[in-house]
Design a protein around this ligand. Structure first.
Ligand code: BGC
Length: 719
C-alpha cells in the first residue's frame, strides 16, 4: 500500500529517476550528482564501494529528496567481495548447493557492510563453449545442475531479504547469453524456441520460484531481436508465463546498444522498445532519462508501463528494508576476510577441486618426502588464483600453493621453488634450467600451470584453449626427468590438456580457487582432505570438437569406438565409401577428454544393484530408483552419485542423457550405502513440436554412476 501511495505522489521525472541507474562517483561526489539525487532523478548507483560516500548519497536521497526514496547500490559481487571464493564454475564442481549458499551468504555480509545492497549474481547462463571467457562465471553446461545451484546462490545472497547482511540477487543474463556464436562474447545467438525453453531457461525459472529480487537482460540478440528490448522474453515468458514480480535491469548500456545491433534507429526508439519489453531500469546509458517523457506524451509507451516498473523497483527497496534504514553502520558487521570467512572460502575451494588422473595412486603424497619441487607460473601467483570478477578482492589476503605447501611440510621437507616461466603466457624458457635443477634435487615434482586471471571473464575469450605460453614445453622437459610428477591446473575454463594428462602421473583441476587456494590444494595433495569435485562441464580433447557436451542428440548415425575411422589408419588412395559412416572427426573422434560429472577420489566407489520399484509406472506416479554405492578403497570419502535419464522416443528427439538428480554422500571405507532417487513425471517433460511442455508416455532408460558415462543402467515404461 505504501508503494501505491508513493507512486500516487511521484512526478513523472521522479518515476523516470527510479528507472535510471548511474555509474559510481569515481572520486568525490559532485555537486551536480548530489543535486540529481535531491531531485529524485537517481534510482540506483553501481560501482561505488566507498561506505562513507554511499552513506552520504543515501542520506541525501532519504533526507533531502522530496519523497525520501533510498537508493539501490549495485555491485558485481560474483564470487566473494573481499574474501574470494572459487570462480562460480569451480564452485559448481562441488555439486553442493549448501557450499554455494554459504559462500554467497559470506559475500553478502562483507558487501553489505560496505553499503552495497544489490549484487549482479548469480550468472546462470548455460554455455557449452569453453572458448567463451564468461564460462568462468557460470555454473556449467547443464540446466539441471544450474537450476539447483543458481537458486542456492540466490538464497545465500538474499536470505530473508530485509534482515541484516542480506543483499538483493540478480538472475542474469536473460537469456541465452552463453550460446554466443563461436564463444565470442556478446555475439549472435540463434536458438530454437524449444531448446531455449528446455536448456537455457530452466535455471531462470528456478530462480523466479526462489524469489530472486531482480533479473538482468542480456547483451546478445536472440533470433534477431536484442535481449534488451525483447517482448517475447521479458514480457511474455518472464511476466505473463512465470508471473515474475521482481524487476529487470538492463545490462551495461544494453538499452542503447539496440541501435548498434541494428534493431532501433536511435536511442529514443531503443528506450521505447526496452520499456515495452519490460526492462524496468536502464544501466548507465540514459535513454530513459532522455526520452521517456516524450515517448509517453506521444503515446508510444503507457503510464501503466512506467508505473509497473516503478512499483517493482520500489518493492525491492521495501523488501530490502531500505525505507526503514538506508544507512550502514560497519560496526554491526564482522571484519572482512576474518577467520570464519576464510574457512568458508577454503571449504568451497576444497570441494571445487577435481582429481582427473591419479596413476599408481601417487596422490595423496606419501609422508617422508624429503625434497619437494614446486614449479610453475601459478604456484605463487596471489593475484591470478583469484580469477576473474574480483573488483574488491585483494591479493594480499591470498594464500598461495607455495606458501601453504611450505607451511604444511615445514620441518619435514625442503621445498625447492622455481617459477620456470614468468607467467602463464610467457614463452621465455630461460627459467627452465632452474626448474629442472629443482626437479632433479627432489623426490617429487608439483607443477602449477594454467591461465592468468585476465585470460578469462567478460570479453576475454580464447580461440585456442591450450595452456598458453611455453607451459606444455615446461611440463614435457620436467617429465623427461622421470620423477614422480603431479600437475595442478588453475584456470578459468576447461583447457585442452591432453598432453599434460599424458605426461604427468596425476592431475588436479583447481579452476581459480580464490583467496584460500593454497591451503585447499595443499590439504588435498597431502591427503588431509579427499577430493570430491566433479566436472560441471565437458572437457574436449581439442578446441575443434566444440561444442562438445554430454546431453547431445544421438543423430541417425552415432559414432562408436569401432566406427571411428582414425586418420592415421586410412590407407593412401583410399576410396570413399558410403556405408558405415558415423558422426565423428577423423582426427579427434567423438569423445571428450573427460566427460561431464567426472572426478576421481582417493578411494573407489562401486555402483551396483540398480533397482526400480516398478518398471511400468503410471503417468503422474513417481519412478523410484535405488542403487548401492560401496566405498571399496582405503579412505572415508564423499561421492557425488548422479542419475541420468533418456527418453528413448519422443515427438521431438531427446538428448542421449540428461542429468535428473545427484546426491553428495559421505561413505566410510568398506561401507555400502543405498541411495534412492525419485523421478516425477514432470521431471521428464520437454517442449514438443506444438511448444507444449509435455511428458510423453513410453520407454525411458536410466543410468546411475559417478559421471555422465555411467554404465549401470535400467529401463522403465511410463504409461
Ligand atoms: C556485465 C554484467 C555486469 C555489468 C555491471 C556488464 O558488462 O555483462 O554482468 O553485471 O557489466 O558491471
Amino acid at each position: 500500500m505504501q508503494i501505491e501511495q508513493l507512486i500516487a505522489k511521484m512526478t513523472l521525472a521522479e518515476k523516470i529517476g527510479q528507472m535510471s541507474q548511474f555509474n559510481g562517483m569515481d572520486g568525490e561526489i559532485s555537486e551536480e550528482f548530489k543535486e540529481k539525487i535531491r531531485k529524485g532523478l537517481v534510482g540506483s548507483v553501481l560501482n561505488e564501494v566507498n561506505l562513507h560516500k554511499i552513506n552520504e548519497i543515501q542520506r541525501i536521497a532519504v533526507e533531502e529528496s522530496r519523497l525520501g526514496i533510498p537508493l539501490l547500490i549495485g555491485r558485481d559481487v560474483i564470487h566473494g567481495f573481499k574474501t574470494i571464493l572459487p570462480i562460480p564454475l569451480g564452485q559448481a564442481a562441488s555439486f553442493n548447493p549448501e557450499i554455494i549458499k554459504e559462500g554467497a551468504r559470506m559475500a553478502a555480509i562483507e558487501a553489505r557492510s560496505s553499503g552495497i545492497n544489490w549484487t549482479f549474481a548469480p550468472m546462470i547462463d548455460i554455455t557449452r563453449d569453453p572458448r567463451w571467457g564468461r564460462i568462468a562465471e557460470c555454473l556449467g553446461e547443464d540446466p539441471f545442475l544450474t537450476a539447483v545451484l543458481g537458486p542456492a546462490m540466490v538464497s545465500g545472497f538474499q536470505g530473508d531479504l530485509g534482515s541484516k547482511g542480506n543483499i538483493a540477487a540478480c538472475a542474469k543474463h536473460f537469456a541465452a547469453y552463453g550460446a554466443a556464436e563461436g564463444g565470442r562474447d556478446y555475439n549472435t545467438v540463434t536458438v530454437p524456441e524449444n531448446e531455449l525453453r528446455d536448456v537455457y531457461l530452466p535455471p531462470f525459472k528456478a530462480c523466479v520460484d526462489n524469489d530472486v529480487a531482480t533479473f538482468m537482460s542480456a547483451f546478445n540478440e536472440i533470433n534477431g531481436v536484442p535481449a534488451t528490448g525483447n517482448e517475447f522474453l521479458t514480457r511474455q515468458i518472464l511476466r505473463d508465463e512465470w508471473n515474475y514480480k521482481g524487476f529487470v535491469v538492463s545490462d551495461y548500456e544494453s538499452v542503447t546498444q539496440q541501435v548498434v545491433h541494428g534493431h532501433t534507429p536511435n536511442n529514443k526508439a531503443a528506450a521505447a522498445q526496452a520499456v515495452k519489453a519490460g526492462v524496468d531500469m536502464e544501466m548507465v546509458s540514459t535513454s530513459y532519462a532522455d526520452h521517456i517523457e516524450e515517448l509517453l506524451s506521444e503515446g508510444v509507451i503507457t503510464q501503466q508501463q512506467i508505473d509497473d516498473s516503478v512499483r517493482a523497483i520500489l518493492n525491492v527497496k521495501f523488501r530490502l528494508g531500505l525505507f526503514s534504514n538506508a544507512q550502514t553502520d560497519p560496526s554491526n558487521f564482522p571484519e572482512w576476510v576474518n577467520d570464519e570467512h576464510r574457512a568458508v572460502a577454503k571449504n568451497a575451494a576444497l570441494q571445487s577441486l577435481v582429481l582427473l588422473k591419479n596413476d599408481k595412486n601417487i596422490l595423496p603424497l606419501r609422508s617422508g618426502l624429503k625434497d619437494i619441487a614446486v614449479i610453475g607460473p601459478l604456484a605463487d601467483a596471489p593475484h591470478d588464483q583469484l580469477g576473474t570478477w574480483v573488483f574488491d578482492g585483494d591479493k594480499k589476503h591470498s594464500v598461495t600453493p607455495l606458501q601453504a605447501i611450505k607451511e604444511q611440510t615445514s620441518g619435514k621437507a625442503v621445498v625447492h621453488f622455481a617459477k620456470g616461466l614468468e607467467n602463464s603466457r610467457s614463452k621465455d624458457t630461460s627459467g627452465f634450467s632452474e626448474a629442472l635443477e629443482a626437479a632433479k634435487r627432489s623426490d617429487i615434482i608439483l607443477l602449477f600451470l594454467g591461465e592468468e586471471a585476465i585470460l578469462s571473464g567478460e570479453s576475454h575469450c580464447r580461440a585456442d584453449i591450450n595452456l598458453p605460453g611455453a607451459q606444455e614445453l615446461l611440463a614435457a622437459e620436467l617429465a623427461a626427468t622421470g620423477k614422480p610428477f603431479v600437475t595442478v591446473i588453475l584456470a578459468g575454463r576447461p583447457l585442452t590438456i591432453r598432453n599434460i594428462v599424458n605426461t604427468t602421473d596425476a592431475v588436479i583441476y583447481a579452476w581459480h580457487p580464490g583467496t584460500m587456494a593454497g591451503p585447499a590444494i595443499s590439504d588435498i595433495l597431502f591427503g588431509k582432505e579427499i577430493p570430491s569435485g566433479k566436472l560441471p562441464v565437458t572437457f574436449p580433447t581439442h578446441v575443434g570438437q566444440i561444442p562438445m557436451y554430454y546431453a547431445h542428440k544421438n543423430t541417425g548415425k552415432p559414432a562408436t569406438s569401432k566406427s571411428w575411422e582414425k586418420i592415421d589408419d586410412i590407407p593412401a588412395d583410399a576410396a570413399q565409401l558410403s556405408i558405415g559412416n558415423t558422426s565423428h572427426y577423423l582426427d579427434e573422434g567423438f569423445e571428450p577428454l573427460f566427460p561431464f560429472g567426472y572426478g576421481l577420489s582417493y578411494t573407489m566407489f562401486d555402483y551396483s544393484n540398480l533397482k526400480l520399484v516398478e518398471t511400468r509406472v503410471k503417468m503422474d506416479n513417481p519412478v523410484q530408483i535405488s542403487v548401492d554405492v560401496k566405498n571399496s578403497g582405503d579412505y572415508d570419502a564423499v561421492e557425488v552419485a548422479q542419475l541420468y535419464v533418456r527418453d528413448l522416443y519422443a515427438d521431438r528427439t531427446r538428448p542421449v542423457r540428461e542429468l535428473k538428480g545427484f546426491r553428495r554422500v559421505f561413505i566410510r571405507k568398506g561401507e555400502t550405502l543405498n541411495i534412492q532417487f525419485e523421478l516425477k513425471s514432470q521431471d521428464l517433460a520437454f517442449h514438443n513440436r506444438q511448444m507444449k511442455k509435455v511428458t510423453e508416455p513410453g520407454q525411458f532408460q536410466v543410468w546411475i554412476g559417478g559421471n555422465s558415462n555411467a554404465e549401470l543402467t535400467a529401463f522403465f515404461e511410463l504409461e
